[in-house]
Design a protein around this ligand. Structure first.
Ligand SMILES: Cc1cc2nc3c(=O)[nH]c(=O)nc-3n(C[C@H](O)[C@H](O)[C@H](O)COP(=O)(O)OP(=O)(O)OC[C@H]3O[C@@H](n4cnc5c(N)ncnc54)[C@H](O)[C@@H]3O)c2cc1C
Length: 576
Protein backbone atom coordinates (compact mmCIF):
# COMPACT_ATOMS: atom_id res chain seq x y z
CA UNK A 1 0.00 0.00 0.00
CA UNK A 2 1.26 3.50 -0.86
CA UNK A 3 0.56 6.62 1.21
CA UNK A 4 1.57 10.19 0.51
CA UNK A 5 2.22 12.98 3.01
CA UNK A 6 4.15 16.25 3.07
CA UNK A 7 6.03 15.15 6.17
CA UNK A 8 6.61 11.75 7.73
CA UNK A 9 7.91 11.65 11.29
CA UNK A 10 9.41 8.33 12.40
CA UNK A 11 9.07 8.05 16.16
CA UNK A 12 6.48 9.27 18.66
CA UNK A 13 8.67 10.18 21.63
CA UNK A 14 9.17 13.77 22.76
CA UNK A 15 11.28 14.73 19.74
CA UNK A 16 9.00 13.20 17.11
CA UNK A 17 5.81 14.56 18.66
CA UNK A 18 7.17 18.08 19.02
CA UNK A 19 8.35 18.06 15.40
CA UNK A 20 4.95 16.72 14.28
CA UNK A 21 3.17 19.39 16.26
CA UNK A 22 5.07 22.17 14.51
CA UNK A 23 5.11 20.62 11.03
CA UNK A 24 1.39 19.88 11.13
CA UNK A 25 0.55 23.57 11.42
CA UNK A 26 0.97 23.79 7.63
CA UNK A 27 2.11 20.39 6.34
CA UNK A 28 0.07 17.18 5.97
CA UNK A 29 1.90 15.12 8.59
CA UNK A 30 2.03 11.46 9.60
CA UNK A 31 3.75 9.96 12.64
CA UNK A 32 4.92 6.35 12.29
CA UNK A 33 5.77 4.54 15.50
CA UNK A 34 6.67 0.96 16.23
CA UNK A 35 5.15 1.44 19.68
CA UNK A 36 1.89 2.93 20.78
CA UNK A 37 3.05 6.60 21.15
CA UNK A 38 2.69 6.87 24.92
CA UNK A 39 4.89 3.83 25.41
CA UNK A 40 7.91 5.67 23.95
CA UNK A 41 10.91 5.84 26.25
CA UNK A 42 10.44 9.57 26.82
CA UNK A 43 7.63 8.48 29.13
CA UNK A 44 10.21 6.92 31.46
CA UNK A 45 12.17 10.16 31.97
CA UNK A 46 12.10 10.99 35.63
CA UNK A 47 14.23 13.83 36.89
CA UNK A 48 13.34 16.86 34.84
CA UNK A 49 13.99 19.32 32.06
CA UNK A 50 16.69 21.96 32.51
CA UNK A 51 15.91 25.62 31.84
CA UNK A 52 17.33 28.77 33.44
CA UNK A 53 14.00 30.12 34.71
CA UNK A 54 15.61 31.39 37.90
CA UNK A 55 12.55 30.57 40.02
CA UNK A 56 14.49 29.45 43.11
CA UNK A 57 17.69 31.49 42.73
CA UNK A 58 19.47 33.63 40.15
CA UNK A 59 20.24 31.77 36.89
CA UNK A 60 21.01 32.56 33.26
CA UNK A 61 20.91 30.74 29.89
CA UNK A 62 24.55 31.69 29.43
CA UNK A 63 25.54 29.70 32.52
CA UNK A 64 23.41 26.81 31.24
CA UNK A 65 25.16 26.91 27.85
CA UNK A 66 28.58 27.04 29.51
CA UNK A 67 27.75 24.10 31.80
CA UNK A 68 26.62 22.12 28.74
CA UNK A 69 29.90 22.79 26.92
CA UNK A 70 32.07 22.02 29.94
CA UNK A 71 29.95 18.98 30.88
CA UNK A 72 30.48 17.68 27.32
CA UNK A 73 34.25 18.00 27.78
CA UNK A 74 34.42 20.67 25.05
CA UNK A 75 33.37 18.36 22.23
CA UNK A 76 30.06 20.30 22.11
CA UNK A 77 29.22 22.58 19.16
CA UNK A 78 29.02 25.82 21.11
CA UNK A 79 26.52 27.78 19.00
CA UNK A 80 24.15 24.80 19.24
CA UNK A 81 24.57 24.73 23.04
CA UNK A 82 23.66 28.41 23.18
CA UNK A 83 20.52 27.76 21.13
CA UNK A 84 19.67 24.87 23.48
CA UNK A 85 20.00 26.93 26.65
CA UNK A 86 18.31 30.07 25.32
CA UNK A 87 15.33 28.29 23.75
CA UNK A 88 14.92 25.98 26.76
CA UNK A 89 13.21 28.76 28.70
CA UNK A 90 10.57 29.38 26.00
CA UNK A 91 10.14 25.64 25.51
CA UNK A 92 9.32 25.03 29.18
CA UNK A 93 6.78 27.86 29.25
CA UNK A 94 5.28 26.51 26.00
CA UNK A 95 4.85 23.11 27.62
CA UNK A 96 3.28 24.78 30.67
CA UNK A 97 0.86 26.70 28.43
CA UNK A 98 -0.06 23.51 26.61
CA UNK A 99 -1.10 21.98 29.93
CA UNK A 100 1.91 20.19 31.43
CA UNK A 101 1.30 19.81 35.19
CA UNK A 102 4.72 20.85 36.58
CA UNK A 103 5.41 20.62 40.33
CA UNK A 104 5.11 24.08 41.92
CA UNK A 105 6.85 26.28 44.44
CA UNK A 106 4.85 27.88 47.28
CA UNK A 107 4.48 31.05 45.16
CA UNK A 108 2.92 29.09 42.29
CA UNK A 109 5.85 29.22 39.85
CA UNK A 110 7.40 26.06 38.34
CA UNK A 111 9.50 24.16 40.92
CA UNK A 112 13.18 23.55 40.12
CA UNK A 113 15.81 21.29 41.62
CA UNK A 114 19.55 20.75 41.39
CA UNK A 115 21.11 18.32 38.91
CA UNK A 116 24.59 17.10 38.05
CA UNK A 117 26.93 19.59 36.37
CA UNK A 118 24.44 22.48 36.42
CA UNK A 119 26.04 25.49 38.14
CA UNK A 120 25.73 29.21 38.74
CA UNK A 121 28.41 31.77 37.79
CA UNK A 122 30.31 29.40 35.49
CA UNK A 123 30.97 26.63 37.98
CA UNK A 124 30.86 28.28 41.43
CA UNK A 125 28.29 25.87 42.87
CA UNK A 126 25.13 23.87 42.07
CA UNK A 127 22.02 25.71 40.87
CA UNK A 128 18.29 24.83 40.91
CA UNK A 129 17.63 24.50 37.16
CA UNK A 130 15.70 21.28 36.56
CA UNK A 131 11.94 21.81 36.10
CA UNK A 132 10.02 18.70 37.05
CA UNK A 133 6.68 17.01 37.56
CA UNK A 134 7.59 14.86 40.61
CA UNK A 135 9.66 12.00 39.10
CA UNK A 136 7.33 11.61 36.11
CA UNK A 137 8.47 14.53 33.96
CA UNK A 138 8.82 12.60 30.70
CA UNK A 139 5.44 10.92 31.14
CA UNK A 140 3.81 14.34 31.46
CA UNK A 141 5.66 15.72 28.41
CA UNK A 142 4.55 12.78 26.30
CA UNK A 143 0.90 13.05 27.37
CA UNK A 144 0.85 16.79 26.75
CA UNK A 145 2.40 16.58 23.28
CA UNK A 146 0.28 13.61 22.19
CA UNK A 147 -2.93 15.40 23.08
CA UNK A 148 -1.82 18.46 21.14
CA UNK A 149 -0.93 16.36 18.08
CA UNK A 150 -4.35 14.70 18.11
CA UNK A 151 -5.91 18.15 18.32
CA UNK A 152 -3.85 19.26 15.26
CA UNK A 153 -5.07 16.28 13.19
CA UNK A 154 -1.71 14.58 12.87
CA UNK A 155 -2.29 11.10 11.37
CA UNK A 156 -0.83 8.33 13.57
CA UNK A 157 0.29 4.94 12.28
CA UNK A 158 0.88 2.99 15.48
CA UNK A 159 2.84 -0.28 15.43
CA UNK A 160 4.35 0.54 12.03
CA UNK A 161 8.03 -0.41 12.07
CA UNK A 162 10.12 1.58 9.58
CA UNK A 163 12.58 -0.70 7.79
CA UNK A 164 13.99 1.36 4.91
CA UNK A 165 14.54 4.89 3.63
CA UNK A 166 13.86 6.03 0.06
CA UNK A 167 16.90 8.11 -0.82
CA UNK A 168 18.09 9.48 -4.14
CA UNK A 169 21.55 10.95 -3.70
CA UNK A 170 21.14 13.46 -0.89
CA UNK A 171 17.35 13.84 -1.18
CA UNK A 172 14.82 11.85 0.89
CA UNK A 173 11.55 10.76 -0.74
CA UNK A 174 9.96 8.64 1.97
CA UNK A 175 10.22 5.41 3.95
CA UNK A 176 9.12 1.77 3.89
CA UNK A 177 7.34 0.40 6.97
CA UNK A 178 6.29 -3.06 8.18
CA UNK A 179 2.80 -3.14 9.70
CA UNK A 180 2.93 -5.35 12.78
CA UNK A 181 -0.76 -6.31 12.68
CA UNK A 182 -0.77 -7.62 9.08
CA UNK A 183 2.87 -8.12 8.12
CA UNK A 184 2.21 -5.90 5.10
CA UNK A 185 4.88 -3.51 3.75
CA UNK A 186 3.74 0.08 3.22
CA UNK A 187 5.41 2.85 1.23
CA UNK A 188 5.13 6.33 2.72
CA UNK A 189 6.08 8.93 0.13
CA UNK A 190 6.97 12.30 1.62
CA UNK A 191 8.76 15.53 0.81
CA UNK A 192 10.39 15.45 4.22
CA UNK A 193 11.26 12.59 6.59
CA UNK A 194 12.39 13.02 10.20
CA UNK A 195 13.96 10.25 12.27
CA UNK A 196 13.32 10.49 16.00
CA UNK A 197 13.69 6.83 16.91
CA UNK A 198 15.40 7.36 20.29
CA UNK A 199 18.37 5.63 21.91
CA UNK A 200 20.03 2.21 21.71
CA UNK A 201 21.01 1.24 25.24
CA UNK A 202 19.96 -2.34 24.49
CA UNK A 203 23.40 -3.06 23.05
CA UNK A 204 24.60 -3.24 26.69
CA UNK A 205 23.81 -5.89 29.29
CA UNK A 206 22.89 -3.54 32.14
CA UNK A 207 20.84 -0.61 30.87
CA UNK A 208 18.16 1.84 31.93
CA UNK A 209 16.70 1.71 28.42
CA UNK A 210 13.40 0.13 27.36
CA UNK A 211 13.36 -3.03 25.21
CA UNK A 212 12.41 -1.01 22.14
CA UNK A 213 15.52 1.21 22.31
CA UNK A 214 17.39 -0.48 19.50
CA UNK A 215 18.52 2.47 17.36
CA UNK A 216 16.67 1.50 14.17
CA UNK A 217 16.85 5.03 12.71
CA UNK A 218 20.61 5.59 12.98
CA UNK A 219 21.25 1.99 11.88
CA UNK A 220 19.18 2.14 8.72
CA UNK A 221 20.66 5.52 7.75
CA UNK A 222 24.15 4.14 8.44
CA UNK A 223 23.38 1.21 6.15
CA UNK A 224 22.31 3.77 3.51
CA UNK A 225 25.85 5.17 3.66
CA UNK A 226 25.36 8.16 6.00
CA UNK A 227 28.19 8.52 8.54
CA UNK A 228 27.27 8.51 12.25
CA UNK A 229 28.78 11.12 14.54
CA UNK A 230 30.66 10.53 17.82
CA UNK A 231 29.30 7.03 18.41
CA UNK A 232 32.10 6.19 20.87
CA UNK A 233 30.55 8.50 23.45
CA UNK A 234 28.01 6.40 25.32
CA UNK A 235 26.91 7.54 28.78
CA UNK A 236 26.72 5.30 31.85
CA UNK A 237 24.40 6.74 34.47
CA UNK A 238 25.93 6.21 37.92
CA UNK A 239 22.81 5.04 39.70
CA UNK A 240 20.99 2.07 38.21
CA UNK A 241 19.22 -0.41 40.49
CA UNK A 242 21.74 -3.13 41.30
CA UNK A 243 21.74 -5.99 38.78
CA UNK A 244 18.78 -4.62 36.83
CA UNK A 245 19.89 -1.24 35.58
CA UNK A 246 16.48 0.37 36.16
CA UNK A 247 17.20 4.05 36.62
CA UNK A 248 17.26 5.87 39.94
CA UNK A 249 17.08 9.49 38.86
CA UNK A 250 19.88 11.94 39.57
CA UNK A 251 17.03 13.97 41.06
CA UNK A 252 17.57 11.87 44.22
CA UNK A 253 21.02 13.44 44.58
CA UNK A 254 19.54 16.77 43.43
CA UNK A 255 17.27 16.59 46.46
CA UNK A 256 20.23 15.83 48.74
CA UNK A 257 20.87 12.08 48.39
CA UNK A 258 24.47 10.96 49.05
CA UNK A 259 26.64 8.19 47.57
CA UNK A 260 28.56 6.08 50.12
CA UNK A 261 31.11 3.28 49.89
CA UNK A 262 31.33 0.23 52.19
CA UNK A 263 33.07 2.28 54.85
CA UNK A 264 30.13 4.69 54.87
CA UNK A 265 32.37 7.37 53.41
CA UNK A 266 30.98 10.11 51.13
CA UNK A 267 33.63 9.30 48.53
CA UNK A 268 32.66 12.03 46.03
CA UNK A 269 34.43 14.50 48.35
CA UNK A 270 37.68 13.10 46.97
CA UNK A 271 36.69 13.31 43.29
CA UNK A 272 34.68 16.54 42.99
CA UNK A 273 35.19 18.77 46.06
CA UNK A 274 32.80 21.52 44.88
CA UNK A 275 29.98 19.64 43.15
CA UNK A 276 30.31 16.43 45.23
CA UNK A 277 27.52 13.97 44.32
CA UNK A 278 26.33 16.43 41.66
CA UNK A 279 29.42 16.18 39.46
CA UNK A 280 28.67 15.14 35.84
CA UNK A 281 27.69 11.53 35.23
CA UNK A 282 30.89 10.38 33.57
CA UNK A 283 32.90 11.45 36.63
CA UNK A 284 30.52 9.91 39.15
CA UNK A 285 30.37 6.60 37.23
CA UNK A 286 34.17 6.46 37.13
CA UNK A 287 34.38 7.31 40.82
CA UNK A 288 32.06 4.40 41.65
CA UNK A 289 34.12 2.00 39.51
CA UNK A 290 37.35 3.27 41.08
CA UNK A 291 35.99 2.71 44.60
CA UNK A 292 34.89 -0.79 43.65
CA UNK A 293 38.28 -1.61 42.09
CA UNK A 294 40.00 -0.34 45.25
CA UNK A 295 37.99 -2.87 47.28
CA UNK A 296 35.70 -0.22 48.76
CA UNK A 297 32.52 -1.44 47.08
CA UNK A 298 29.75 -3.23 48.96
CA UNK A 299 30.15 -7.00 49.30
CA UNK A 300 28.51 -10.00 50.74
CA UNK A 301 24.93 -9.13 51.60
CA UNK A 302 23.40 -9.43 48.10
CA UNK A 303 23.77 -11.91 45.25
CA UNK A 304 25.91 -9.41 43.29
CA UNK A 305 29.02 -7.85 44.84
CA UNK A 306 30.75 -4.58 44.02
CA UNK A 307 28.29 -1.75 44.16
CA UNK A 308 27.79 1.38 46.27
CA UNK A 309 24.93 2.83 48.28
CA UNK A 310 22.75 5.85 47.51
CA UNK A 311 21.39 7.20 50.76
CA UNK A 312 18.30 9.42 50.79
CA UNK A 313 16.94 8.30 54.16
CA UNK A 314 17.96 11.57 55.88
CA UNK A 315 15.57 13.49 53.56
CA UNK A 316 12.61 12.13 55.50
CA UNK A 317 9.46 10.32 54.44
CA UNK A 318 7.57 13.41 53.26
CA UNK A 319 10.25 14.48 50.76
CA UNK A 320 10.74 10.93 49.48
CA UNK A 321 7.01 10.35 48.89
CA UNK A 322 6.43 13.78 47.37
CA UNK A 323 9.54 14.36 45.25
CA UNK A 324 10.52 10.82 44.18
CA UNK A 325 7.39 8.67 44.58
CA UNK A 326 8.05 6.37 41.58
CA UNK A 327 11.65 5.73 42.65
CA UNK A 328 10.43 4.82 46.12
CA UNK A 329 7.99 2.36 44.53
CA UNK A 330 10.66 0.78 42.29
CA UNK A 331 12.94 0.26 45.29
CA UNK A 332 10.23 -1.31 47.42
CA UNK A 333 9.12 -3.54 44.52
CA UNK A 334 12.46 -4.70 43.12
CA UNK A 335 14.79 -4.46 46.12
CA UNK A 336 12.58 -4.63 49.16
CA UNK A 337 14.25 -1.39 50.25
CA UNK A 338 12.32 1.62 51.54
CA UNK A 339 14.40 4.71 50.58
CA UNK A 340 12.90 6.74 53.42
CA UNK A 341 14.52 4.24 55.83
CA UNK A 342 17.44 2.50 54.07
CA UNK A 343 20.08 3.30 51.45
CA UNK A 344 19.62 1.97 47.87
CA UNK A 345 22.21 -0.39 46.29
CA UNK A 346 23.29 1.10 42.93
CA UNK A 347 25.72 0.53 40.07
CA UNK A 348 26.41 2.35 36.75
CA UNK A 349 23.90 1.53 33.98
CA UNK A 350 24.15 2.16 30.22
CA UNK A 351 21.90 5.13 29.67
CA UNK A 352 22.32 7.57 26.82
CA UNK A 353 23.84 7.85 23.33
CA UNK A 354 25.59 11.17 22.86
CA UNK A 355 26.34 10.22 19.25
CA UNK A 356 24.01 9.50 16.36
CA UNK A 357 22.70 10.96 13.11
CA UNK A 358 24.64 14.18 12.39
CA UNK A 359 22.42 17.28 12.08
CA UNK A 360 22.63 21.06 11.98
CA UNK A 361 20.63 23.25 14.40
CA UNK A 362 17.52 22.96 12.17
CA UNK A 363 17.55 19.19 12.42
CA UNK A 364 18.73 18.71 8.82
CA UNK A 365 21.08 15.79 8.31
CA UNK A 366 24.48 17.39 7.83
CA UNK A 367 27.57 15.21 7.53
CA UNK A 368 29.99 18.13 7.33
CA UNK A 369 30.45 17.27 3.66
CA UNK A 370 26.80 17.33 2.54
CA UNK A 371 23.46 18.67 3.81
CA UNK A 372 20.57 16.39 2.86
CA UNK A 373 17.27 17.72 1.42
CA UNK A 374 14.13 16.63 3.18
CA UNK A 375 16.01 14.40 5.64
CA UNK A 376 15.94 15.34 9.31
CA UNK A 377 16.72 13.82 12.71
CA UNK A 378 15.98 14.92 16.29
CA UNK A 379 16.14 13.64 19.85
CA UNK A 380 18.43 10.93 21.15
CA UNK A 381 18.85 9.41 17.66
CA UNK A 382 20.44 12.67 16.49
CA UNK A 383 23.76 14.33 17.23
CA UNK A 384 23.46 18.13 16.91
CA UNK A 385 25.99 18.12 18.82
CA UNK A 386 24.89 19.66 22.10
CA UNK A 387 26.05 16.86 24.41
CA UNK A 388 29.57 16.40 23.10
CA UNK A 389 31.42 13.71 25.03
CA UNK A 390 29.03 13.62 28.00
CA UNK A 391 25.43 14.82 28.37
CA UNK A 392 24.30 16.68 31.48
CA UNK A 393 21.17 15.38 33.21
CA UNK A 394 17.92 17.13 32.11
CA UNK A 395 19.50 18.21 28.82
CA UNK A 396 17.98 15.41 26.76
CA UNK A 397 14.41 16.51 27.40
CA UNK A 398 15.49 20.05 26.49
CA UNK A 399 17.13 18.72 23.32
CA UNK A 400 13.87 16.95 22.33
CA UNK A 401 11.65 19.97 22.67
CA UNK A 402 14.09 22.63 21.40
CA UNK A 403 15.43 20.75 18.39
CA UNK A 404 12.20 18.79 17.77
CA UNK A 405 10.46 22.13 17.48
CA UNK A 406 13.15 23.68 15.30
CA UNK A 407 13.13 20.69 12.95
CA UNK A 408 9.31 20.76 12.75
CA UNK A 409 9.40 24.44 11.84
CA UNK A 410 12.05 23.90 9.20
CA UNK A 411 10.05 21.05 7.71
CA UNK A 412 6.90 23.19 7.53
CA UNK A 413 8.85 25.79 5.55
CA UNK A 414 10.77 23.29 3.41
CA UNK A 415 7.77 21.29 2.17
CA UNK A 416 6.12 24.46 0.89
CA UNK A 417 8.82 24.89 -1.75
CA UNK A 418 9.86 21.26 -2.32
CA UNK A 419 8.83 19.24 -5.37
CA UNK A 420 6.63 16.15 -4.95
CA UNK A 421 8.42 12.97 -3.84
CA UNK A 422 9.60 10.73 -6.66
CA UNK A 423 8.06 7.33 -7.49
CA UNK A 424 10.31 4.39 -6.59
CA UNK A 425 9.31 1.46 -8.80
CA UNK A 426 10.78 -1.22 -6.53
CA UNK A 427 10.53 0.56 -3.19
CA UNK A 428 9.69 -2.50 -1.11
CA UNK A 429 11.80 -5.11 -2.92
CA UNK A 430 14.84 -5.03 -0.62
CA UNK A 431 12.76 -5.22 2.55
CA UNK A 432 10.52 -7.94 1.15
CA UNK A 433 13.56 -10.02 0.23
CA UNK A 434 15.15 -9.51 3.64
CA UNK A 435 12.02 -10.42 5.63
CA UNK A 436 11.17 -13.27 3.25
CA UNK A 437 14.70 -14.59 3.70
CA UNK A 438 14.21 -14.76 7.48
CA UNK A 439 11.12 -16.89 7.03
CA UNK A 440 12.85 -19.22 4.60
CA UNK A 441 15.55 -19.92 7.19
CA UNK A 442 12.99 -21.35 9.59
CA UNK A 443 15.58 -23.71 11.02
CA UNK A 444 18.35 -21.12 11.07
CA UNK A 445 20.27 -19.73 14.04
CA UNK A 446 18.48 -18.17 17.03
CA UNK A 447 18.88 -14.55 18.09
CA UNK A 448 19.17 -15.30 21.83
CA UNK A 449 22.86 -16.29 22.02
CA UNK A 450 23.86 -13.45 19.65
CA UNK A 451 22.05 -10.85 21.77
CA UNK A 452 23.63 -12.18 24.96
CA UNK A 453 27.15 -12.17 23.61
CA UNK A 454 26.81 -8.71 22.07
CA UNK A 455 25.50 -7.25 25.34
CA UNK A 456 28.18 -8.96 27.40
CA UNK A 457 31.02 -7.86 25.09
CA UNK A 458 29.82 -4.25 24.91
CA UNK A 459 29.31 -4.08 28.69
CA UNK A 460 32.66 -5.52 29.70
CA UNK A 461 34.92 -4.36 26.86
CA UNK A 462 33.40 -1.06 25.65
CA UNK A 463 31.97 0.12 28.99
CA UNK A 464 32.94 2.74 31.58
CA UNK A 465 36.69 1.98 31.30
CA UNK A 466 38.28 0.90 28.01
CA UNK A 467 41.65 -0.13 26.56
CA UNK A 468 42.99 -1.03 23.13
CA UNK A 469 43.27 -4.79 23.44
CA UNK A 470 39.77 -5.17 24.84
CA UNK A 471 38.22 -2.93 22.22
CA UNK A 472 40.04 -4.59 19.33
CA UNK A 473 38.77 -7.92 20.59
CA UNK A 474 35.26 -6.48 20.91
CA UNK A 475 35.36 -5.37 17.26
CA UNK A 476 36.42 -8.87 16.23
CA UNK A 477 33.66 -10.48 18.25
CA UNK A 478 30.96 -8.11 16.99
CA UNK A 479 32.07 -8.82 13.41
CA UNK A 480 31.76 -12.55 14.11
CA UNK A 481 28.29 -11.95 15.49
CA UNK A 482 27.34 -9.97 12.37
CA UNK A 483 28.39 -13.01 10.32
CA UNK A 484 26.42 -15.37 12.55
CA UNK A 485 23.46 -13.04 12.21
CA UNK A 486 23.29 -13.82 8.48
CA UNK A 487 22.24 -17.36 9.41
CA UNK A 488 19.40 -16.30 11.72
CA UNK A 489 15.92 -17.42 10.79
CA UNK A 490 12.37 -16.73 12.06
CA UNK A 491 10.51 -19.74 13.39
CA UNK A 492 7.24 -17.84 13.29
CA UNK A 493 6.38 -17.68 9.59
CA UNK A 494 2.96 -16.08 10.11
CA UNK A 495 1.91 -12.63 8.86
CA UNK A 496 -0.07 -11.23 11.79
CA UNK A 497 1.77 -9.80 14.81
CA UNK A 498 5.06 -11.43 13.88
CA UNK A 499 7.11 -9.83 16.64
CA UNK A 500 9.92 -12.33 16.05
CA UNK A 501 10.74 -10.82 12.66
CA UNK A 502 10.88 -7.39 14.26
CA UNK A 503 13.16 -8.60 17.06
CA UNK A 504 15.54 -9.94 14.46
CA UNK A 505 15.57 -6.64 12.56
CA UNK A 506 16.18 -4.82 15.86
CA UNK A 507 19.16 -7.05 16.59
CA UNK A 508 20.61 -6.17 13.17
CA UNK A 509 20.40 -2.48 14.16
CA UNK A 510 22.08 -3.10 17.51
CA UNK A 511 24.91 -5.09 15.95
CA UNK A 512 25.66 -2.35 13.43
CA UNK A 513 25.60 0.34 16.10
CA UNK A 514 27.74 -1.77 18.45
CA UNK A 515 30.37 -2.05 15.74
CA UNK A 516 30.29 1.70 15.06
CA UNK A 517 30.61 2.38 18.81
CA UNK A 518 33.48 -0.04 19.36
CA UNK A 519 35.35 1.06 16.22
CA UNK A 520 35.03 4.76 17.09
CA UNK A 521 36.22 4.05 20.62
CA UNK A 522 39.21 1.94 19.53
CA UNK A 523 40.24 4.68 17.11
CA UNK A 524 40.13 7.59 19.60
CA UNK A 525 43.42 7.42 21.54
CA UNK A 526 42.53 9.82 24.35
CA UNK A 527 40.11 10.06 27.29
CA UNK A 528 37.31 12.60 27.00
CA UNK A 529 33.93 12.69 28.77
CA UNK A 530 32.33 9.26 28.78
CA UNK A 531 35.13 7.76 26.67
CA UNK A 532 37.68 6.81 29.30
CA UNK A 533 40.78 4.79 28.40
CA UNK A 534 43.17 3.17 30.84
CA UNK A 535 45.93 3.29 28.20
CA UNK A 536 45.33 6.95 27.24
CA UNK A 537 44.07 8.56 30.47
CA UNK A 538 44.39 12.22 29.37
CA UNK A 539 42.35 14.48 27.13
CA UNK A 540 44.35 15.35 24.02
CA UNK A 541 43.02 18.58 22.49
CA UNK A 542 45.91 18.88 20.04
CA UNK A 543 44.94 15.72 18.21
CA UNK A 544 41.40 14.85 19.22
CA UNK A 545 39.28 17.98 19.55
CA UNK A 546 37.21 16.79 16.57
CA UNK A 547 34.05 14.84 15.90
CA UNK A 548 34.28 11.27 14.65
CA UNK A 549 32.25 10.54 11.50
CA UNK A 550 32.01 6.76 11.01
CA UNK A 551 30.66 4.92 7.98
CA UNK A 552 29.79 1.22 8.06
CA UNK A 553 29.57 -1.57 5.49
CA UNK A 554 29.79 -5.35 5.50
CA UNK A 555 33.57 -5.31 5.97
CA UNK A 556 33.75 -2.84 8.81
CA UNK A 557 33.97 0.84 9.67
CA UNK A 558 35.70 3.75 7.92
CA UNK A 559 36.46 6.81 10.03
CA UNK A 560 36.54 10.47 9.04
CA UNK A 561 36.27 13.68 11.12
CA UNK A 562 34.33 16.94 11.41
CA UNK A 563 35.37 20.19 13.14
CA UNK A 564 33.96 21.19 16.53
CA UNK A 565 32.38 24.66 16.75
CA UNK A 566 34.56 26.32 19.43
CA UNK A 567 33.31 29.87 18.85
CA UNK A 568 32.60 30.99 22.43
CA UNK A 569 34.57 29.28 25.21
CA UNK A 570 38.15 28.12 25.09
CA UNK A 571 38.65 24.51 26.23
CA UNK A 572 39.91 24.27 29.83
CA UNK A 573 40.65 21.35 32.13
CA UNK A 574 37.43 20.05 33.67
CA UNK A 575 37.37 20.56 37.45
CA UNK A 576 34.21 20.29 39.58
C1 LIG B 1 14.76 5.69 32.52
C2 LIG B 1 15.17 6.96 31.84
C3 LIG B 1 15.05 8.17 32.50
C4 LIG B 1 15.43 9.36 31.87
N1 LIG B 1 15.29 10.54 32.54
C5 LIG B 1 15.60 11.71 31.91
C6 LIG B 1 15.39 12.97 32.54
O1 LIG B 1 14.88 13.07 33.65
N2 LIG B 1 15.75 14.08 31.88
C7 LIG B 1 16.29 14.04 30.62
O2 LIG B 1 16.59 15.10 30.07
N3 LIG B 1 16.48 12.86 30.01
C8 LIG B 1 16.15 11.70 30.61
N4 LIG B 1 16.34 10.51 29.96
C9 LIG B 1 16.74 10.52 28.55
C10 LIG B 1 15.55 10.86 27.67
O3 LIG B 1 14.37 10.44 28.27
C11 LIG B 1 15.64 10.23 26.29
O4 LIG B 1 16.89 10.54 25.72
C12 LIG B 1 14.55 10.80 25.40
O5 LIG B 1 13.29 10.64 26.01
C13 LIG B 1 14.52 10.19 24.02
O6 LIG B 1 13.42 10.74 23.33
P1 LIG B 1 13.22 10.54 21.80
O7 LIG B 1 12.00 11.33 21.40
O8 LIG B 1 14.47 10.81 21.08
O9 LIG B 1 12.93 8.98 21.64
P2 LIG B 1 11.94 7.97 22.44
O10 LIG B 1 11.11 8.64 23.45
O11 LIG B 1 12.76 6.82 22.86
O12 LIG B 1 10.96 7.50 21.29
C14 LIG B 1 11.41 6.76 20.18
C15 LIG B 1 10.25 6.56 19.24
O13 LIG B 1 10.71 5.98 18.04
C16 LIG B 1 9.86 4.95 17.64
N5 LIG B 1 10.65 4.01 16.82
C17 LIG B 1 11.85 3.48 17.10
N6 LIG B 1 12.24 2.68 16.09
C18 LIG B 1 11.27 2.73 15.16
C19 LIG B 1 11.08 2.13 13.89
N7 LIG B 1 11.97 1.28 13.37
N8 LIG B 1 9.93 2.41 13.21
C20 LIG B 1 8.99 3.22 13.73
N9 LIG B 1 9.13 3.82 14.93
C21 LIG B 1 10.25 3.57 15.62
C22 LIG B 1 9.33 4.37 18.94
O14 LIG B 1 8.10 3.72 18.73
C23 LIG B 1 9.17 5.63 19.79
O15 LIG B 1 7.92 6.21 19.54
C24 LIG B 1 15.95 9.31 30.56
C25 LIG B 1 16.07 8.10 29.90
C26 LIG B 1 15.70 6.93 30.53
C27 LIG B 1 15.89 5.64 29.79
Amino acid sequence: MVHEFDAVIVGAGGAGLYAALEASKTAKTAVLSKLYPQRSHTGAAQGGIGAALGNVEEDSPEWHAFDTVKGGDYLVDQTAAKVLAEEAVRAVYDLENRGLPFSRLENGTIAQRRFGGHTHHFGEGPVHRSCYAADRTGHMILQTLYQQCVKNDVTFYDEFHVVDILLEGTRAHGVVAFELKTGELHVFKAKAVLFATGGFGRMFKITSNALANTGDGPALLARAGIPMEDMEFYQFHPTGILGMGILITEGVRGEGGILKNREGERFMERYAPTMLDLAPRDMVSRAIMTEVMAGKGMRGDRKIDDYVMLDASHLGRETVEKKIPDIADFCRTYLDVDPAVDAMPVQPTAHYAMGGIPTDTHGRVDTGRAVYDGLYAAGEAACVSVHGANRLGTNSLVDLVVFGRRAGRHIAEYVRGASAPREFANATDASRAKIGGLREKKNGAHVGPIVQRMQEVMMTQVGVYRDQAEMDDAIKQIQELRDEFKEVGAQDTGDGFNAEVLNILELESLLDLSLLTAAGAANRTESRGAHSRRDFPDRDDDNWLKHTMATIDDDGVVIDYKDVDLGIWEPKPRVY
